[in-house]
Design a protein around this ligand. Structure first.
Ligand code: AMP
Length: 357
Protein backbone atom coordinates (compact mmCIF):
# COMPACT_ATOMS: atom_id res chain seq x y z
CA UNK A 1 0.00 0.00 0.00
CA UNK A 2 1.20 3.56 -0.66
CA UNK A 3 2.02 5.86 2.25
CA UNK A 4 -0.48 8.66 2.87
CA UNK A 5 1.41 11.84 3.78
CA UNK A 6 -0.57 14.53 5.57
CA UNK A 7 0.44 18.16 5.13
CA UNK A 8 0.15 19.39 8.73
CA UNK A 9 0.83 17.60 11.99
CA UNK A 10 -1.88 18.84 14.33
CA UNK A 11 -4.74 16.91 15.90
CA UNK A 12 -6.47 16.20 12.58
CA UNK A 13 -3.33 14.56 11.20
CA UNK A 14 -2.99 12.56 14.43
CA UNK A 15 -6.59 11.34 14.21
CA UNK A 16 -6.10 10.39 10.55
CA UNK A 17 -3.12 8.32 11.67
CA UNK A 18 -5.21 6.67 14.37
CA UNK A 19 -7.95 5.81 11.84
CA UNK A 20 -5.40 4.27 9.47
CA UNK A 21 -4.60 1.34 11.75
CA UNK A 22 -7.51 -0.99 10.81
CA UNK A 23 -6.82 -0.31 7.13
CA UNK A 24 -3.12 -1.18 7.59
CA UNK A 25 -2.29 2.10 5.88
CA UNK A 26 0.82 4.03 6.74
CA UNK A 27 -0.15 7.62 7.46
CA UNK A 28 2.58 10.19 8.13
CA UNK A 29 1.63 13.70 9.23
CA UNK A 30 4.31 16.22 8.28
CA UNK A 31 5.10 19.45 10.12
CA UNK A 32 5.36 22.27 7.52
CA UNK A 33 8.29 23.89 9.36
CA UNK A 34 10.23 20.62 9.60
CA UNK A 35 13.90 20.73 8.55
CA UNK A 36 13.66 17.36 6.85
CA UNK A 37 11.81 16.71 3.61
CA UNK A 38 9.43 13.71 3.69
CA UNK A 39 10.72 10.72 1.73
CA UNK A 40 7.77 10.58 -0.69
CA UNK A 41 7.91 7.71 -3.19
CA UNK A 42 6.21 7.25 -6.55
CA UNK A 43 2.60 6.20 -5.99
CA UNK A 44 2.37 7.76 -2.51
CA UNK A 45 -0.58 9.97 -1.69
CA UNK A 46 -0.44 13.46 -0.22
CA UNK A 47 -3.44 14.89 1.59
CA UNK A 48 -3.88 17.80 3.98
CA UNK A 49 -5.28 18.55 7.41
CA UNK A 50 -5.45 22.28 6.65
CA UNK A 51 -6.48 24.25 3.56
CA UNK A 52 -3.70 26.81 4.00
CA UNK A 53 -0.07 26.42 4.75
CA UNK A 54 3.04 28.55 5.02
CA UNK A 55 5.43 28.54 2.09
CA UNK A 56 8.27 26.33 3.35
CA UNK A 57 10.68 23.85 1.79
CA UNK A 58 8.43 21.03 3.05
CA UNK A 59 5.13 22.46 1.77
CA UNK A 60 6.69 23.33 -1.62
CA UNK A 61 8.05 19.78 -1.88
CA UNK A 62 4.73 18.16 -0.89
CA UNK A 63 2.50 20.30 -3.08
CA UNK A 64 4.66 19.64 -6.17
CA UNK A 65 4.19 15.87 -5.99
CA UNK A 66 1.99 14.14 -8.58
CA UNK A 67 0.20 12.31 -5.74
CA UNK A 68 -0.98 15.57 -4.16
CA UNK A 69 -4.75 15.09 -4.02
CA UNK A 70 -7.22 17.82 -4.95
CA UNK A 71 -4.35 20.16 -5.82
CA UNK A 72 -6.56 22.72 -7.59
CA UNK A 73 -9.17 23.10 -4.87
CA UNK A 74 -7.12 24.66 -2.09
CA UNK A 75 -6.58 27.98 -3.83
CA UNK A 76 -10.31 28.14 -4.56
CA UNK A 77 -11.42 27.39 -1.00
CA UNK A 78 -8.69 28.87 1.19
CA UNK A 79 -9.33 32.36 -0.19
CA UNK A 80 -12.84 33.51 0.74
CA UNK A 81 -13.06 35.65 -2.39
CA UNK A 82 -12.59 32.59 -4.60
CA UNK A 83 -14.75 30.37 -2.37
CA UNK A 84 -17.68 32.82 -2.51
CA UNK A 85 -17.20 33.27 -6.27
CA UNK A 86 -17.31 29.49 -6.73
CA UNK A 87 -20.51 29.18 -4.67
CA UNK A 88 -22.16 32.00 -6.65
CA UNK A 89 -21.11 30.37 -9.95
CA UNK A 90 -22.64 27.06 -8.85
CA UNK A 91 -25.84 28.83 -7.79
CA UNK A 92 -25.44 27.72 -4.16
CA UNK A 93 -26.91 29.93 -1.43
CA UNK A 94 -24.30 31.86 0.50
CA UNK A 95 -24.43 35.12 2.47
CA UNK A 96 -24.53 38.10 0.05
CA UNK A 97 -21.08 39.63 -0.10
CA UNK A 98 -18.76 42.20 -1.63
CA UNK A 99 -15.03 42.30 -2.08
CA UNK A 100 -13.25 44.86 0.13
CA UNK A 101 -10.98 46.66 -2.32
CA UNK A 102 -8.31 49.23 -1.48
CA UNK A 103 -10.81 52.07 -1.97
CA UNK A 104 -14.02 50.43 -0.64
CA UNK A 105 -16.04 52.67 1.69
CA UNK A 106 -18.38 51.61 4.47
CA UNK A 107 -21.18 53.60 2.80
CA UNK A 108 -21.16 51.39 -0.29
CA UNK A 109 -21.00 48.19 1.81
CA UNK A 110 -24.01 49.27 3.90
CA UNK A 111 -25.90 50.28 0.75
CA UNK A 112 -25.33 46.79 -0.70
CA UNK A 113 -25.42 44.60 2.43
CA UNK A 114 -27.39 46.43 5.11
CA UNK A 115 -26.60 48.12 8.43
CA UNK A 116 -24.59 45.25 9.99
CA UNK A 117 -21.75 44.01 7.83
CA UNK A 118 -19.21 41.37 8.79
CA UNK A 119 -15.69 41.82 7.41
CA UNK A 120 -13.76 38.59 7.00
CA UNK A 121 -10.13 38.25 6.01
CA UNK A 122 -9.77 36.66 2.60
CA UNK A 123 -7.22 34.25 3.99
CA UNK A 124 -6.15 32.87 7.34
CA UNK A 125 -9.25 33.51 9.47
CA UNK A 126 -10.49 30.57 11.49
CA UNK A 127 -12.36 29.95 14.76
CA UNK A 128 -13.84 33.45 14.52
CA UNK A 129 -10.41 35.07 14.13
CA UNK A 130 -10.03 37.52 11.27
CA UNK A 131 -13.51 39.05 11.61
CA UNK A 132 -14.68 42.60 12.20
CA UNK A 133 -18.27 43.86 12.53
CA UNK A 134 -18.94 47.12 10.75
CA UNK A 135 -22.07 48.66 12.29
CA UNK A 136 -23.66 51.53 10.39
CA UNK A 137 -25.02 53.13 13.56
CA UNK A 138 -21.48 53.42 14.94
CA UNK A 139 -20.45 55.44 11.88
CA UNK A 140 -17.27 53.43 11.39
CA UNK A 141 -15.34 53.39 8.14
CA UNK A 142 -13.57 50.29 6.84
CA UNK A 143 -10.38 50.05 9.00
CA UNK A 144 -7.32 50.70 6.83
CA UNK A 145 -5.80 47.27 7.50
CA UNK A 146 -8.88 45.65 5.96
CA UNK A 147 -8.65 47.48 2.66
CA UNK A 148 -7.69 45.07 -0.09
CA UNK A 149 -7.53 42.09 2.30
CA UNK A 150 -11.09 41.10 3.00
CA UNK A 151 -14.61 40.40 1.93
CA UNK A 152 -17.74 41.88 3.48
CA UNK A 153 -20.82 39.78 4.25
CA UNK A 154 -24.41 40.60 5.02
CA UNK A 155 -25.42 39.66 8.55
CA UNK A 156 -27.50 36.49 8.37
CA UNK A 157 -30.24 36.31 11.00
CA UNK A 158 -29.85 32.57 11.30
CA UNK A 159 -31.90 30.20 13.45
CA UNK A 160 -29.00 27.85 14.00
CA UNK A 161 -25.80 26.46 12.51
CA UNK A 162 -25.73 23.07 10.80
CA UNK A 163 -22.93 21.30 9.02
CA UNK A 164 -22.74 18.44 6.59
CA UNK A 165 -19.73 16.15 6.21
CA UNK A 166 -19.56 14.12 3.04
CA UNK A 167 -17.03 12.13 1.03
CA UNK A 168 -16.49 11.49 -2.66
CA UNK A 169 -14.34 8.82 -4.27
CA UNK A 170 -12.40 8.89 -7.55
CA UNK A 171 -15.39 7.46 -9.46
CA UNK A 172 -17.68 10.21 -8.22
CA UNK A 173 -19.55 8.08 -5.65
CA UNK A 174 -20.67 10.17 -2.70
CA UNK A 175 -21.66 9.39 0.88
CA UNK A 176 -22.83 11.69 3.65
CA UNK A 177 -23.20 11.75 7.42
CA UNK A 178 -26.38 13.17 8.91
CA UNK A 179 -26.61 16.92 9.36
CA UNK A 180 -24.93 18.01 12.57
CA UNK A 181 -26.16 20.82 14.81
CA UNK A 182 -23.35 23.04 16.06
CA UNK A 183 -23.02 25.59 18.83
CA UNK A 184 -20.31 28.24 18.41
CA UNK A 185 -19.12 30.72 21.00
CA UNK A 186 -16.94 33.64 19.85
CA UNK A 187 -16.62 31.84 16.52
CA UNK A 188 -15.26 28.65 18.15
CA UNK A 189 -17.16 25.37 17.93
CA UNK A 190 -18.20 24.33 21.46
CA UNK A 191 -20.56 21.40 20.89
CA UNK A 192 -22.21 19.29 18.20
CA UNK A 193 -25.31 17.09 18.27
CA UNK A 194 -26.07 14.38 15.69
CA UNK A 195 -28.23 12.91 14.41
CA UNK A 196 -31.16 15.26 14.88
CA UNK A 197 -34.59 14.15 13.66
CA UNK A 198 -36.01 17.66 13.41
CA UNK A 199 -33.56 18.57 10.62
CA UNK A 200 -33.89 15.29 8.69
CA UNK A 201 -36.09 16.95 6.08
CA UNK A 202 -33.14 19.25 5.17
CA UNK A 203 -30.73 16.34 4.64
CA UNK A 204 -31.53 15.88 0.92
CA UNK A 205 -31.14 19.59 0.20
CA UNK A 206 -27.81 19.72 2.06
CA UNK A 207 -26.51 16.62 0.27
CA UNK A 208 -27.35 18.00 -3.14
CA UNK A 209 -25.53 21.28 -2.29
CA UNK A 210 -22.35 19.61 -1.06
CA UNK A 211 -22.56 16.94 -3.77
CA UNK A 212 -22.68 19.65 -6.44
CA UNK A 213 -19.63 21.37 -4.93
CA UNK A 214 -17.61 18.15 -4.71
CA UNK A 215 -18.57 17.13 -8.25
CA UNK A 216 -17.70 20.54 -9.69
CA UNK A 217 -14.26 20.34 -8.08
CA UNK A 218 -13.81 16.64 -8.98
CA UNK A 219 -12.97 16.38 -5.30
CA UNK A 220 -11.74 13.16 -3.66
CA UNK A 221 -11.98 12.75 0.13
CA UNK A 222 -13.98 14.26 2.96
CA UNK A 223 -15.34 17.78 2.70
CA UNK A 224 -17.36 19.72 5.27
CA UNK A 225 -19.98 22.36 4.54
CA UNK A 226 -20.95 24.73 7.36
CA UNK A 227 -24.38 26.30 6.93
CA UNK A 228 -26.77 28.72 8.53
CA UNK A 229 -30.37 27.55 8.72
CA UNK A 230 -32.79 30.37 8.08
CA UNK A 231 -36.28 28.91 8.20
CA UNK A 232 -36.23 26.11 5.62
CA UNK A 233 -33.26 27.56 3.75
CA UNK A 234 -29.64 26.51 4.08
CA UNK A 235 -27.03 29.18 3.45
CA UNK A 236 -23.41 28.08 3.13
CA UNK A 237 -21.11 29.92 5.52
CA UNK A 238 -17.91 28.08 4.86
CA UNK A 239 -16.38 25.02 3.18
CA UNK A 240 -13.51 22.93 4.51
CA UNK A 241 -11.78 20.56 2.05
CA UNK A 242 -10.72 18.16 4.81
CA UNK A 243 -11.92 16.38 7.91
CA UNK A 244 -13.69 18.82 10.22
CA UNK A 245 -14.28 19.40 13.92
CA UNK A 246 -18.05 19.12 13.46
CA UNK A 247 -17.47 15.54 12.24
CA UNK A 248 -15.53 14.36 15.29
CA UNK A 249 -18.64 12.70 16.73
CA UNK A 250 -18.41 10.12 13.91
CA UNK A 251 -15.51 8.48 15.79
CA UNK A 252 -18.07 7.18 18.29
CA UNK A 253 -21.31 7.45 16.36
CA UNK A 254 -20.74 5.93 12.92
CA UNK A 255 -19.48 2.62 11.60
CA UNK A 256 -16.84 4.48 9.59
CA UNK A 257 -15.51 7.73 11.08
CA UNK A 258 -14.85 10.78 8.93
CA UNK A 259 -11.12 10.10 9.35
CA UNK A 260 -11.33 6.55 8.03
CA UNK A 261 -13.70 7.68 5.26
CA UNK A 262 -11.20 10.30 4.11
CA UNK A 263 -8.38 7.76 4.05
CA UNK A 264 -10.50 5.25 2.16
CA UNK A 265 -11.40 7.85 -0.47
CA UNK A 266 -7.90 9.25 -1.03
CA UNK A 267 -6.27 5.83 -1.14
CA UNK A 268 -8.79 4.34 -3.58
CA UNK A 269 -10.45 1.99 -1.08
CA UNK A 270 -14.26 1.61 -1.14
CA UNK A 271 -16.30 4.23 0.69
CA UNK A 272 -19.74 3.30 2.01
CA UNK A 273 -22.74 5.08 3.45
CA UNK A 274 -21.93 5.35 7.16
CA UNK A 275 -24.41 3.62 9.43
CA UNK A 276 -25.04 5.85 12.38
CA UNK A 277 -25.19 4.40 15.86
CA UNK A 278 -27.41 5.91 18.53
CA UNK A 279 -27.17 9.49 19.71
CA UNK A 280 -23.93 11.43 19.67
CA UNK A 281 -22.83 14.64 21.31
CA UNK A 282 -19.36 16.17 20.99
CA UNK A 283 -18.04 18.69 23.49
CA UNK A 284 -14.87 20.59 22.59
CA UNK A 285 -12.32 21.13 25.35
CA UNK A 286 -11.41 24.80 24.98
CA UNK A 287 -8.73 26.35 27.19
CA UNK A 288 -9.34 23.82 29.97
CA UNK A 289 -6.68 21.71 31.71
CA UNK A 290 -7.17 17.98 31.13
CA UNK A 291 -9.00 16.07 33.84
CA UNK A 292 -8.45 12.35 34.27
CA UNK A 293 -11.87 11.92 35.89
CA UNK A 294 -13.45 12.52 32.47
CA UNK A 295 -12.15 9.05 31.63
CA UNK A 296 -14.48 7.51 34.23
CA UNK A 297 -17.69 8.75 32.63
CA UNK A 298 -19.65 5.99 30.88
CA UNK A 299 -20.41 6.26 27.13
CA UNK A 300 -17.61 8.75 26.47
CA UNK A 301 -14.40 8.88 24.45
CA UNK A 302 -11.80 11.48 25.42
CA UNK A 303 -9.31 12.90 22.99
CA UNK A 304 -6.49 15.08 24.31
CA UNK A 305 -4.35 16.74 21.68
CA UNK A 306 -1.28 17.15 23.90
CA UNK A 307 -1.09 20.93 23.40
CA UNK A 308 -0.14 23.57 25.97
CA UNK A 309 -3.15 25.05 27.71
CA UNK A 310 -4.04 28.56 26.52
CA UNK A 311 -7.33 30.44 26.84
CA UNK A 312 -9.55 29.87 23.80
CA UNK A 313 -7.35 27.06 22.44
CA UNK A 314 -8.83 23.74 21.24
CA UNK A 315 -7.11 21.17 23.44
CA UNK A 316 -9.27 18.11 22.99
CA UNK A 317 -12.81 16.84 22.58
CA UNK A 318 -15.14 14.44 24.28
CA UNK A 319 -17.56 12.27 22.32
CA UNK A 320 -20.61 10.93 24.12
CA UNK A 321 -22.54 8.18 22.40
CA UNK A 322 -25.25 5.79 23.47
CA UNK A 323 -28.32 4.19 21.86
CA UNK A 324 -30.48 5.85 24.55
CA UNK A 325 -30.70 9.64 24.77
CA UNK A 326 -31.29 9.36 28.52
CA UNK A 327 -27.88 7.68 28.94
CA UNK A 328 -26.24 10.44 26.89
CA UNK A 329 -27.89 12.97 29.19
CA UNK A 330 -26.66 11.12 32.30
CA UNK A 331 -23.10 11.23 30.96
CA UNK A 332 -23.48 14.93 30.16
CA UNK A 333 -24.63 15.62 33.73
CA UNK A 334 -21.51 13.93 35.07
CA UNK A 335 -19.26 15.79 32.65
CA UNK A 336 -20.90 19.11 33.53
CA UNK A 337 -19.67 18.73 37.12
CA UNK A 338 -16.11 18.27 35.84
CA UNK A 339 -15.93 21.23 33.47
CA UNK A 340 -15.71 24.95 34.40
CA UNK A 341 -18.90 26.90 35.10
CA UNK A 342 -18.64 28.78 31.82
CA UNK A 343 -19.63 25.54 30.09
CA UNK A 344 -23.08 25.87 31.72
CA UNK A 345 -24.75 27.41 28.68
CA UNK A 346 -23.21 24.74 26.42
CA UNK A 347 -24.72 21.94 28.54
CA UNK A 348 -28.07 23.77 28.74
CA UNK A 349 -28.10 24.02 24.94
CA UNK A 350 -27.32 20.32 24.45
CA UNK A 351 -29.88 19.28 27.08
CA UNK A 352 -32.61 21.26 25.34
CA UNK A 353 -31.74 19.70 21.99
CA UNK A 354 -31.78 16.18 23.40
CA UNK A 355 -35.13 16.73 25.07
CA UNK A 356 -36.58 17.99 21.77
CA UNK A 357 -35.62 14.77 20.00
P1 AMP B 1 -16.53 31.73 10.27
O1 AMP B 1 -15.16 32.13 10.75
O2 AMP B 1 -16.90 32.20 8.91
O3 AMP B 1 -16.79 30.26 10.47
O4 AMP B 1 -17.55 32.43 11.28
C1 AMP B 1 -17.52 32.17 12.66
C2 AMP B 1 -18.89 32.47 13.23
O5 AMP B 1 -19.26 33.82 13.00
C3 AMP B 1 -19.99 31.63 12.58
O6 AMP B 1 -20.03 30.36 13.17
C4 AMP B 1 -21.20 32.47 12.89
O7 AMP B 1 -21.63 32.25 14.23
C5 AMP B 1 -20.67 33.90 12.76
N1 AMP B 1 -20.90 34.42 11.39
C6 AMP B 1 -20.11 34.21 10.31
N2 AMP B 1 -20.62 34.79 9.21
C7 AMP B 1 -21.77 35.38 9.60
C8 AMP B 1 -22.78 36.15 8.89
N3 AMP B 1 -22.68 36.44 7.58
N4 AMP B 1 -23.84 36.58 9.61
C9 AMP B 1 -23.96 36.31 10.94
N5 AMP B 1 -23.04 35.61 11.65
C10 AMP B 1 -21.96 35.15 10.99
Amino acid sequence: MPTVWVLGAGQLGAMLKQAAYPLALRVEPVEPESEQLPAIKDGDIITVEREQWPDTAVTRHMSQQSGFMNADIFGKIADRFHQKTMLDTLGINTAPWRSVEVDTQAKSLHAALGPDVLLKRREGGYDGKGQFWLYQDKGLDVPSDWLGTGIAEKKIPFNEELSLVGARDKDGNKVFYPLTLNLHRNGILMASVAPLARVDHLQGKAESMLGKIMDAADYIGVMAMECFRVGEELIVNELAPRVHNSGHWTQAGACVSQFEMHLRAVSGLPIKAPEVRGQSVMINVIGVERETNWLKIPSTQCYWYGKDVRPGRKLGHININHPKKSAVQTALNELRNLLPENYGDVFDWVKEELSSL
